[in-house]
Structure formats: structure tokens, C-alpha cells
Design a protein around this ligand. Structure first.
Ligand code: PMP
Length: 378
């Protein structure tokens, strides 16, 4: 054959993830830790790899050692923990198991786009309950949707990516009591917010909590995340997951990192300090509106955001995340809390861009409307 037949027609509505491959000296676009693993952890990892990791053998499918460590730290049994190839894999597993044709997922946009994408891929119907203009969950609308639509999954990013907003614990408890749907509370940024629904697990078997090694623990490049949930939920997820998705190297690195997690505390405190500096710096700028955040990123609104994004990249080699085409986030950009140096460079660049904007007429570029779904895994 000199051709290949077309794939599923729905793929026409999807843009491939990160096809642009944008390079920048300062990457503040993916909410990563600005620092690599500390030197002593890299040494320990190198030793383990040299003497103790048979790469010729398949990995332990359930990452038993890592699973045990996570369970112990959270006062749970190993059966309450599922480890995945990043939180992204676990989100897909949850939707594969609880979603599917004829089933419904409640999404709370604007939020992390993978929930909607995975729902789409699995033929799960999405019931959107938009957040308020302050990006808070609209409690009455959510409760109405639960009563009227009887969803199978409700996903809440807490803090919410990309807005940084927390949902009140009382609302989450009301929700857990009002439905037997699986309520996935995505705590990917838990180490920064320091707030968790973990204490409510024993009373609510429909509560599942997602965490990741990609943010506070500097392991975005190795892909590890975990779920805390009722053992019956974990058992169902093991039916749909890829058996060897978490490779040996990642399991060892995540074990060492988790054992030594206290060393990341300084980085979290540094991020909190830098977040304050970032918020302070941005709020000095007349044309910028900053939204409060409980995570390691800040969402802000600025006139002609798409042009500001482009100037940050082209003139200053700084990459932030452009949300200006996302409904509800018009003129919004998200900046990760980087190192002190990176934040200084970003704030200086913003000052220059805004000053130039006043002085020049080149600033007339509008974001082109784009209704395509954009994959946004980070
Ligand atoms: N949930 C949220 C809210 C996120 O922002 C991210 C990544 N940015 C993830 C889950 C997945 O993270 P990872 O796959 O790297 O663990």
C-alpha cells in the first residue's frame, strides 16, 4: 500500500501535545522544581544502579517497595496505594475504569486539561461545571449537577492547575456525602499547599487522592505518581493499568527520594518565598492582575497576553504558559515559581515588555481563536 487509512475521525479535533518544541533559557512553563535532585541523592542513586538494578529484568509491576513506603508514610496499607507512570497515567487509569461509553465525568473548568482529554479518549461524557470568575468551584452548581446528572467520576484539582485556587474542605466533604461517584482529588501540588483530604479517606471509600513526584520532589523527568484510595478502588485500577509502566530506574529513584523527602522541605520553603516575590513584583505592574495561588505557579492576567508571551520568549528567552485561548482564561498566562534568579529575570523582562508596550504601536497582535483541544500534560 502507498497510504495508510485515516485514524478515528475525532482526532481531527485534537492538537498534538507540545508539537512546537519551544526552547528557552528559562523554562517557567511546566511547574517543575527549578533544581535537580540534590548531589547526595544522585550519588545514592548511582550506587544503587551500579550494584542493585538488573535492567535486563522487567520491573516489579506494583512497585512493592515504593508502595510500602508511601503507605507507611500515609498511615495506610500497601493495598491503598497505586504507583503510576506520573499522575497522568493514574488519571487515565481512573477514567478507563470508572468512565467509558455511557458514563459521565464532572469537570470543573478552567482546570487541568488532561481530565477532559482522557474523558474524550475513553468515550466518557463530560459534564462541565464552570468555576466562578474568581476560579472557585461553584458549590451549588456542582451539587445540582451531581443530583441531576448522577456522574460516575468527579475530578477536582486541589490546588487547581492553572488557577492556584483551593476548594474548601467542607464543600469536598458535602460532595463525598452526596454521591457514590468516585471523587478524584488531585493533590499534585500538595507539598506546596500543605492541605490534604487524607483524613477523610476512612469515612469515604469514594475518595481517591492523587499525588506526584514531579513537583516538590524534582522527578518530573522520571515519571512517578501515586494514588491513595480504598483497596477496592486500587484493585479495580490494576485491571486497566499497564503492568510495567513504572520502570526499575524510576522505582529506585522514587524510593530514595521518598525516604529522604525531608531534604526537599528547604526547596518548598524557597518556592514559597519566591512565590511571594513573584506575586509582589507582578502586582506592582499596573496592567497585571495576579490571582492568589497555593501552588508553585501563579496565574496572571495581562492585556494582550499572547503578545506578552511571545515577547517573553523571543526577546528574553523565557517560556511561560499561554492560557489566553482557554475559555475563562482570556488574557491569562501562568508562570512557574522558579529559582530566585529566574524570578528576577522574569520580573525584569515583564517590566521591559510593559514599558515598551506603552511606547510602541507594535502591540496590536491578538490571539487567534482556536477551538481545538490542546493537550497540556504538564
Ligand atoms: N495533576 C495536575 C493538576 C498537574 O498539574 C499535573 C502535572 N502538571 C499532573 C496531575 C500530572 O503530573 P505527572 O504526570 O507529572 O505526575
Amino acid at each position: 500500500m502507498d497510504r495508510v487509512r485515516e485514524p478515528r475521525p475525532e482526532l481531527g479535533d485534537i492538537s498534538p501535545y507540545d508539537a512546537k518544541d519551544v526552547r528557552a533559557e528559562v523554562n517557567l512553563s511546566a511547574n517543575e522544581n527549578p533544581h535537580n535532585l540534590p548531589g547526595e541523592l544522585l550519588e545514592k542513586l548511582a550506587d544503587r544502579v551500579r550494584f542493585d538494578v538488573p535492567f535486563n529484568r522487567y520491573p516489579d509491576p506494583m512497585a512493592t517497595r515504593l508502595r510500602g513506603l508511601i503507605a507507611e508514610a500515609n498511615g495506610l496499607d500497601a493495598g491503598n496505594v497505586l504507583v503510576g507512570n506520573g499522575g497522568d497515567e493514574i488519571i487515565l487509569d481512573v477514567i478507563l475504569a470508572w468512565g467509558g461509553p455511557g458514563r459521565k465525568l464532572v469537570d470543573l473548568p478552567p482546570t487541568f486539561s488532561m481530565y477532559g482529554i482522557d474523558a474524550w479518549m475513553t468515550g466518557t461524557r463530560v459534564v462541565d461545571v464552570p468555576r466562578t470568575p474568581e476560579f472557585e468551584v461553584d458549590g451549588p452548581a456542582l451539587m445540582r449537577a451531581v443530583a441531576e446528572q448522577d456522574p460516575d467520576i468527579i475530578v477536582i484539582s486541589n490546588p487547581n492547575n492553572p488557577t492556584g485556587t483551593m476548594t474548601p474542605e467542607t464543600l469536598l466533604i458535602d460532595l463525598l456525602e452526596a454521591t457514590d461517584a468516585l471523587v478524584l482529588v488531585d493533590e499534585a501540588y500538595f507539598e506546596f499547599s500543605r492541605q490534604t483530604m487524607r483524613p477523610h479517606m476512612s469515612r469515604h471509600p469514594n475518595l481517591a487522592i492523587l499525588r506526584t513526584f514531579s513537583k516538590a520532589f524534582s522527578l518530573a523527568g522520571l515519571r512517578a505518581g501515586y494514588l491513595l484510595a480504598d483497596a477496592s478502588v486500587v484493585r479495580e485500577l490494576t485491571k486497566v493499568r499497564q503492568p510495567y509502566s513504572v520502570n526499575r530506574f524510576t522505582q529506585v529513584a522514587a524510593e530514595l527520594t521518598f525516604r529522604d523527602r525531608v531534604v526537599f522541605e528547604a526547596g518548598v520553603r524557597e518556592a514559597m518565598r519566591n512565590r511571594d516575590r513573584l506575586v509582589h513584583g507582578l502586582s506592582q505592574m499596573a496592567e497585571v492582575a495576579v490571582f492568589p495561588s497555593e501552588a508553585n505557579y501563579i496565574l496572571f492576567r495581562v492585556d494582550q497576553a499572547a503578545a506578552v508571551w511571545r515577547d517573553l520568549l523571543h526577546d528574553h528567552s523565557i517560556l511561560v504558559r499561554d492560557f489566553s485561548r482557554t475559555p475563562g482564561l482570556e488574557d491569562c498566562l501562568r508562570v512557574t515559581v522558579g529559582s530566585e534568579e529566574e524570578i528576577d529575570r522574569f520580573l525584569k523582562a515583564m517590566d521591559e515588555i510593559i514599558a515598551r508596550k506603552h511606547a510602541s504601536a507594535h502591540f496590536g497582535i491578538n490571539a487567534t481563536a482556536n477551538r481545538h483541544l490542546e493537550r497540556n500534560g504538564e
